[in-house]
Design a protein around this ligand. Structure first.
Ligand code: WQD
Length: 341
């Protein structure tokens, strides 16, 4: 029988791409979402891409412990991938309690149910836990730094919660932490992608919305950083590559190949790209001219961070395969699809 994976937040940007890859790898998937920060576009897109009209959808809030218990009672969940969380860095600074309440409560409920039912747990962590690193690239052993936002802090705290609970569970709970760098792009079908509400905070949605004419001008935040062209360096990871990393991690868990009860892997490319390089690559590969200007630095931005992704390759056999150009083409195709072009 196929193994079943529960994807909390499965109708969102990362969750929908992960659902596609899991189904294509032969897993049964249960999508659960409360649609607090997305509509049904990606859920419908996943059904189209996979041909799975019967894809189970549970509309529910992971902060409700009874609903989570009922969900784990309804399905036999071999592994749960937890995405359901708020993710706006700026909003988390203004409303920290909203972020701590939502992002921690939901994860605690998932962990309690997973422990009860012996389900593996995969947590969506972030490179944000490294803060401004003392040296780059960062490995999984690079010390974490205090988070610069409540959102970032929820990632650090959830990592600790998983580690502590695994340790105390006497083998009942096992989990993997994946630390994502900067996920960008969209599925090559252009049927699913990122759907930011309001003005995008992240670079690539802002670029595509400027190119399509929804935004007047892209501000590049800071061109006086100590980097080759003065703009920040990041590790932009294609969303489909990133989604596939989850399949490798779930395989490792359910096939009994974990070497420790709680493992951590960077999910990045190992390739630093500056903001200006990304903008230039977008213009070139898509043949569009972007209206942009240099603006002051954005508070809280780190100068440079990129992954050493070699552990994910040596341990799980996963590595990123798509070029920045392919990814930016997919991001543009998705924006055009949204605009009906
Ligand atoms: C990338 C670069 C900006 C917008 C954030 C979160 C992190 C993670 C991913 C999310 C930076 C520059 C951006 C713009 C710009 N988690 N930029 N103009 O900040 O690396 O990471 O998203 O769930 O936790 O902090 O990503 O895409 O916002 O920025 O110049 O309009 O682009 O200054 O150098 P970031 P980003």
């Amino acid at each position: 029988m196929n193994k079943t994976v529960l994807v909390s937040g499965g109708a969102g940007f990362i969750g929908s791409h992960v659902t596609v890859e899991l189904i294509e790898a032969g897993y049964e998937v249960v999508v659960a979402d409360n649609f607090s920060n997305c509509d049904r576009t990606c859920y419908e897109g996943v059904k189209k891409i996979t041909g799975r009209e019967d894809l189970p959808l549970e509309v529910m809030d992971f902060c409700d412990p009874e609903a989570v218990k009922a969900l784990f009672g309804k399905y036999h969940i071999d592994a749960v991938i937890h995405f359901a969380a708020f993710k706006a860095v700026g909003e988390s600074v203004e409303q920290p309690l909203k972020y701590y309440r939502n992002n921690l409560d939901s994860f605690l409920n998932v962990l309690e149910a997973a422990k009860e039912h012996g389900s593996f747990v995969l947590f969506s962590s972030s490179a944000t836990v490294y803060g401004e690193p003392d040296s780059v690239p960062v490995t999984e052993a690079t010390p974490r730094k205090p988070a610069t936002s409540p959102y970032g802090n929820t990632k650090t705290i959830c990592e600790d919660i998983l580690r502590d609970s695994v340790k105390a569970s006497g083998g009942r709970l096992k989990g993997i932490l994946l630390r994502y760098f900067n996920p960008i792009g969209a599925h090559p079908s252009a049927l699913i992608g990122e759907l930011p509400r309001g003005v995008p905070n992240n670079l690539v949605p802002f670029i595509t919305q400027t190119a399509i004419g929804k935004r007047e001008c892209l501000s590049i935040f800071g061109n006086d950083y100590p980097t080759p062209d003065g703009t920040c360096l990041r590790d932009y990871i294609d969303i489909v590559d990133l989604a596939k990393a989850h399949v490798y991690a779930v395989n490792r868990m359910v096939d009994g190949r974990m070497k420790q009860a709680c493992e951590v892997f960077n999910v990045g490319t190992g390739r630093p790209v500056s903001v200006l390089e990304l903008v230039n690559a977008f213009e070139k590969v898509n043949g569009v001219k972007l209206n942009y200007k240099f603006a002051p630095r954005r508070a809280g931005d780190v100068t440079a961070i990129w992954a050493d992704p070699s552990l994910a390759e040596s341990e799980m056999g996963w590595k990123a395969t798509r070029s920045v150009e392919q990814t930016l083409q997919a991001a543009w195709a998705w924006e055009k699809h949204l605009a009906g072009k």
